[in-house]
Ligand binder design. Structure first.
Ligand code: GTP
Ligand code: MG
Length: 442
């Protein structure tokens, strides 16, 4: 994930809070200090950092948690609110239905326009839109070839003409060329040239006035940190920016600066680039982003889990599972815990060594399976759950029938139960314990 150091800084700060037995003024001040350090280390502007942490401290000390919410959870929620506010409002793409939507890519040299044009085309086509791309960079040699190479791989048609030197003319011809296709979206890649060069801004202003795009997307290199603010401002004056894409956030230590600075211009971040591959583009949502930074799903669930694990019954359950005597009820308990943590996705993200090993589509398939398995388990008898060796073909048939699932589903569940049992025995529950320890619980 992007902003790894910010994420681990914030989580360490939260770990202290979660682990504390009593929330007092000192603890809250310490939390505010920890958060401050993490944000400053990821290059967020000092003034913005102070705004966040002062507000956090003030609210955490003064506000009473609403009924039903513990003081700890309330403080976590305040932190979540304030970080979300720092990153600006939600902004999603808007499309004129039954129309061709023209998107114009702007940005200085090397910011990632051409790469992002390909990524965006890919993202949009995955979401069911039809796309055409126009290459209007007449400045950089090989620009059109680069664009065509990227788009060929993803089956997107590119219009360009290296003989024409006027970008406005190329764009006009390109729009004519794509007219019969009635595509949902046309993306126009433009030239970058040098930083804040006057002629670049003039060229963009020309294009903007002639083409009247439906959406101007400003592409900004996330590694430049707080300078993003100035760049966004300059471009915004030339052509009203409808959305910002911050690139190269993979491993960018200054990512916090880029995200907060652009949000401060009033033009909102719509996507972030997280790698060089054509699939490395994520739709940006401040609330989801902060949720992932803080691991909100897990923290809440793990608090619950901690409560549960304090009781004798659960302790014996964990002992039983790690000693290789796991029952189907225990397997079900595992499924339930995963459900509480939020989603399988977050589990994979947070178990060390597993993150990135499983594809999103595979996780979707697994999540669907888990829902089926719950039904299957609910149709088993108590004896069957305690002693799965009882299962023969007639029992499998009965459970399949009772749960409304296929016999294959039941068999698959049994196979997975056995596998899980072996893994638990082999690892002696190391993964689960490791996960708890990370959050200061186990
Ligand atoms: N790691 C990483 N690299 C990226 C990302 N986006 C773009 N790049 C790289 O940044 C470099 C410049 O990208 P381009 O797409 O050519 O930039 P551009 O804005 O079109 O550049 P000009 O056409 O010269 O103005 C390339 O090497 C890309 O692979 C990203 O999200 N992550
Ligand atoms: Mg380019």
């Amino acid at each position: 994930m992007v902003l790894d150091s910010l994420r681990s800084g914030l989580r360490n700060a939260l770990k202290k809070l979660v682990g504390a037995s009593n929330i007092d003024e000192n603890l809250i001040k310490e939390l505010a200090k920890d958060v401050q350090r993490s944000l400053l280390a990821s290059d967020v502007n000092v003034k913005l950092v102070l705004e966040v942490t002062n507000k956090l401290q003030e609210r955490a000390l003064q506000e009473q948690p609403p009924p039903g919410l513990s003081r700890k959870d309330h403080v976590v929620k305040i932190l979540y609110d304030e970080l979300t506010r720092l990153l600006g409002e939600e902004k999603s793409l808007f499309f004129k239905p039954d129309n061709t939507n023209i998107m114009l890519m702007l940005g200085i040299q090397g910011s990632g326009k051409t790469t992002t044009t390909g990524k965006l085309a890919r993202w949009l086509s995955k979401h069911g839109y039809t796309i055409g791309v126009i290459g209007a960079d007449t400045f950089r040699p090989g620009a059109l070839t680069q664009l065509k190479t990227t788009c060929n791989k993803i089956n997107i048609d590119v219009y360009g003409d290296e003989k024409i030197k006027d970008p406005v003319e190329i764009i006009k011809k390109g729009l004519e060329y794509f007219k019969p296709s009635k595509f949902d979206v046309i993306i126009i890649d433009t030239a970058g040239r040098h930083k804040e060069e006057k002629t670049l801004l003039e060229e963009m202003s020309n294009i903007y006035n002639v083409v009247t795009p439906d959406l101007v997307l400003l592409v900004i290199d996330g590694t430049i940190g707080q300078q993003c603010y100035n760049q966004a401002e300059v471009f915004h004056k030339t052509a009203p920016v409808g959305g910002i894409i911050v690139t190269k956030l993979d491993g960018a230590a200054k990512g916090g600066g880029a995200l907060s600075a652009t949000a401060a211009t009033g033009a909102r971040i719509m996507f972030i680039g997280t790698g060089e591959r054509v699939d490395d583009l994520e739709q940006f949502s401040p609330t989801r982003f902060v949720g992932r930074l803080l691991g909100m799903g897990d923290i809440k669930a793990l608090l619950e889990m901690a409560k549960g694990l304090e009781s004798e019954a659960d302790e014996t359950k964990v002992k039983r599972m790690t000693s290789g005597k796991m029952t189907i009820d225990d397997f079900y308990f595992q499924l339930e815990q995963v459900g509480k943590i939020g989603s399988l996705r977050s589990v994979f993200e947070h178990i060390p060594g597993l993150s990135g090993t499983v594809k999103d589509e595979e996780i979707d398939v697994m999540e669907k399976k888990m829902i089926k398995w719950r039904y299957v388990i609910q149709s088993m008898t108590k004896q069957e759950r305690a002693n799965p060796d009882l299962f023969n073909s007639s029992r499998i048939k009965r459970v399949a029938h009772g749960s409304g699932m296929s016999e294959r589903d039941v068999k698959e569940l049994l196979t997975n139960y056995k596998r899980s049992k072996d893994v638990m025995k082999a690892s002696k529950g190391r993964q689960m314990q490791g996960m708890l320890r990370r959050f200061g619980i186990g």
